[in-house]
Design a protein around this ligand. Structure first.
Ligand SMILES: CC(C)[C@H](C(=O)O)[C@@H](O)C(=O)O
Ligand code: SF4
Length: 769
């Protein structure tokens, strides 16, 4: 797969190029996916789709599943099975459904009784499932985390999860190249989280739209793998499709001995590292966007508002919206301050906190816990702190921390020591904020209601969250005297990660159980049809005037627990639509006539659909009856997800054009979208403006084509690509407990389910499922 060098290429170009199965004239690309991570929230509908169509999982050896979002983080000592452990009905259904699906489709799965269970973005790297130069996807926006290895890793929606399960490929387009270079040396107390918060503050939450960000520069090179993961993790908050760091000796060192990485010292390891070393951007490679950051400008950073771009140094004050550049920004700022319960001019260090959460896929790894423990050691949390939680990212992180005695440091200080999961990052499980509670959080999103309805989130690094717990308010970790903060906190505390990754491949018993790749026996699923056709759409258009409408606002977390695609219309814009359950907010546009029957949404603010990869957002719009959203720009995943559901998102950049359409919406008149002619018209048929749409997407919409069926017609090309991959990068055919049997071109994949649990005596314990 190593590509011969031609025109100068970036790291992204190289990895992307090496995975092209097919390219159409209009630039539509069929991209091969090496690694697919699966969790319980975004997979049920995908498996259901496979089953209905009689399709099987093409590469179980390249697929790894776990439960993380819904799982309680309380003690698992009394755990019998997930069905009796999870009390909340919908959460239980989602987790049990995943367990049924992994059995049915023969996928390796880490359940709650397995120490390798954890947040999907923590376990992939930990197991060596994530490798340099690979393409990695998951039905989850923070898949960008894995880019720290020089992988092209991005979040996808549920329809795409189904597409990858069925074909191991995705239909996509090239992204732009963006480079964020961070040079210099980080000052004491400044960690990778501050770097990424600072960068997002600089570029904005739409700054990376349509691009893959390569993080480089002397600061990035000096960071540990875990610190790099925290940075790539939040690329999505900067609007980017993915973030990447070129692999180097730090990367290789991290991968040595990981169960699913090539065996260190083997010929395969040498071959792999030779290839990985070639994955550097060429010196004269071109970037579409270049951003430079001087490390000395970065000081410990916290957020003040409800978007990750609302950052301020801890030494700063709550900003005054009246100083913002436009009326729209002023209005948004006022709303944020009201929601956050903050007054302009208040020093950030005087903002009193109720809860502290150290966890999430951004900051729940062993180095994060070590760093926080250094701050906390020998101290007590402040008396006003109602609850402070440490939630390790995986069972293995938890074990490692306990081995080092970190749990004792935290517990003595007054923290709760929890089991692995997403926890309070998004409150889909019992860990939530109560209304108006303020949280110092190491997670990645501070959207309204994110950690619990009306909860108030301030994002920050683990050492800053630890400092807030001790001080009882937002605090500058550098002022906590005993904290001998060092440059690159994570790297300095843990020069080498010692987290064990469970039994290594060689320690594992040979898998001898018969495999279940093709349990679903219905056939005839390759037909390329299935969606309603979209040609002309005429109807009422609802006006909205807000920027950065995130997917958490379109459909809040509590409605993600469904295992169906339908019925979400009632939950659309829930927090804005209802003042309390069943009571409509009369001011919200969709509660007014004639907008109750809208088929179109016209939004004048940019970056519609930012945030999570939840396809529930387009499903909710669709179920409500809205088949098209018109806005100046969209977040990539939402945009993509809409097409997969036969919906048409239209980006209108020209302000006058958009204003004309918006005026019709405000007047309550019908608007017509003519897709074949790419025109938007008023109710009388007069053209308001033209719009662009990619040829392939238009073809699928107009003809109601299901793109999984289309891709399956490319079987010969996919199989040929896999044969070539087995020859050139054999380490990518499942290894270790995912060993692909019958390689060498045949698709006789024998995926290995986890042959045992990983608690206690691995040889004697029963099958995980
Ligand atoms: C549930 C999932 C779709 C979602 C995401 O994609 O990000 C979640 O992980 C989140 O952080 O909001
Ligand atoms: S962002 Fe939060 S909810 Fe989403 S995967 Fe990461 S930890 Fe889980």
């Amino acid at each position: 797969m190593p590509a011969a060098e031609r025109t100068p290429q970036t790291l992204y170009d190289k990895v992307f190029q090496a995975h092209i199965v097919d390219e159409k004239l209009d630039g539509t690309i069929l991209l091969y996916i090496d690694r697919h991570l699966v969790h319980e929230v975004t997979s049920p509908q995908a498996f259901e789709g496979l089953e209905v169509a009689g399709r099987k999982v093409r590469r179980p050896d390249c697929t790894l599943a776990t439960t993380d979002h819904n799982v309680p983080t309380t003690s698992r000592k009394a755990l019998k099975d997930i069905a009796s452990f999870i009390k909340e009905d919908d959460s239980r259904t989602q987790c049990v459904t995943l367990e049924e699906n992994v059995k049915k489709f023969g996928i390796t799965y880490f359940g709650l009784s397995d120490k390798r269970q954890g947040i999907v973005h923590v376990i992939g790297p930990e197991q060596g499932f994530t490798l340099p130069g690979t393409t990695v996807v998951c039905g989850d926006s923070h898949t960008s985390t894995h880019g720290a290895f020089g992988a092209l890793a991005f979040g996808i929606g549920t329809s795409e999860v189904e597409h990858v399960l069925a074909t191991q490929c995705l239909i996509t387009k090239r992204s732009k190249n963006m480079r964020i270079q961070v040079d210099g040396e980080l000052a004491p107390g400044v960690s990778s989280k501050d770097v990424v918060l600072h960068a997002i503050g600089k570029i904005g939450t739409a700054g990376g739209t349509g691009a893959v960000i390569e993080f480089c520069g002397s600061v990035i090179r000096a960071l540990s793998m875990e610190a790099r993961m925290s940075i790539c993790n939040m690329s999505i908050e900067g609007g980017a499709r993915a973030g990447m760091v070129a692999p180097d000796e730090i990367t290789f060192e991290y991968l040595k001995g990981k169960p699913l990485a090539p065996k260190y010292g083997s010929e395969e390891w040498d071959r792999a590292t030779t290839y990985w070393k070639s994955l550097q951007s060429d010196p004269d490679a071109k970037y579409d966007v270049d951003v430079f950051i001087d490390a000395k400008d970065i000081i410990p950073t916290v957020t003040w508002g409800t978007s990750p771009e609302d950052v301020v140094p801890i030494t700063g004050v709550v900003p005054d919206p009246e100083t913002f550049s436009s009326e729209a920004k002023k209005a948004a700022g006022r709303r944020m301050l009201e929601y956050m319960g903050l007054v302009p001019g208040t020093p950030m260090e005087e903002v009193v906190v109720d809860k502290v959460f150290i966890g999430s896929c951004t900051n729940s790894r062993i180095e994060d816990l070590r760093a926080a423990a250094l701050v906390v050691k020998g101290k007590k949390i402040a008396s006003n702190i109602k609850r402070a939680m440490i939630v390790p990212g995986s069972g293995l992180v938890k074990d490692q921390a306990e081995e080092e005695g970190l749990d004792k440091i935290f517990v003595e200080a007054g923290f709760e020591w929890r089991e692995a999961g997403c926890s309070m990052c998004l409150g889909m499980n019992p860990d939530i904020l109560s209304p108006k509670e303020r949280c110092a959080s190491t997670s990645n999103r501070n959207f309204e209601g994110r950690q619990g309805a009306q909860g108030r989130t301030h994002l920050m690094s683990p050492v800053m969250a630890a400092a807030a717990a001790i001080a009882g308010k937002l605090a500058d970790v550098r002022k906590i005297s005993e904290f001998n903060g060092s440059p690159h906190i994570e790297a300095a505390i843990a020069p080498e990660s010692t987290t064990s990754s469970g039994p290594s491949a060689s320690e594992k018993p040979e898998d001898s159980s018969p495999q279940v790749n093709t349990t679903v026996t219905r056939t005839g699923g390759a037909a390329a049809a299935g969606l309603p056709k979209f040609t002309i759409l005429k109807g009422i258009a609802a006006p909205m005037e807000k920027a950065n409408i995130d997917t958490d606002a379109i459909i809040p977390k509590q409605f993600l627990k469904t295992i169906k695609r339908t019925g979400l219309g009632t939950a659309l814009f829930y927090e804005m639509r209802f003042t309390e359950p069943g009571v409509e907010n009369p001011d919200f546009v969709l509660n007014r006539e004639p907008y109750r029957s809208s088929k179109i949404l016209v939004c004048t603010g940019a970056n519609f659909g930012c945030g999570s990869s939840r396809e529930h957002a387009p499903w909710a719009l669709n179920d409500f009856g809205i088949k098209s959203v018109i806005a100046p720009s969209f977040a990539d995943i939402f945009f993509n997800n809409s097409f997969k559901n036969g919906m048409l998102p239209i980006a209108i950049k020209d302000k006058d054009d958009l204003d004309r359409v918006h005026a019709e919406a405000v007047a309550g008149r019908e608007v017509e979208i003519d897709l074949p002619n790419q025109l938007i018209k008023d109710a009388d048929g007069n053209t308001l403006c033209a719009f662009d749409v990619e040829e392939f997407r238009k073809h699928c919409l107009v003809n109601g084509l299901d793109d999984i069926g289309l891709t399956m017609q490319m079987e010969d090309k996919i199989a040929e690509f896999e044969r070539q991959m087995s020859r050139e990068t054999p380490w990518l055919d499942g290894s270790g407990y995912l060993k692909r049997k019958g390689a060498g071109g045949k698709l006789a994949v024998k995926a290995a389910p986890v042959p045992m649990t990983n608690r206690g005596d691995v040889k004697k314990e029963p099958l995980e499922w």
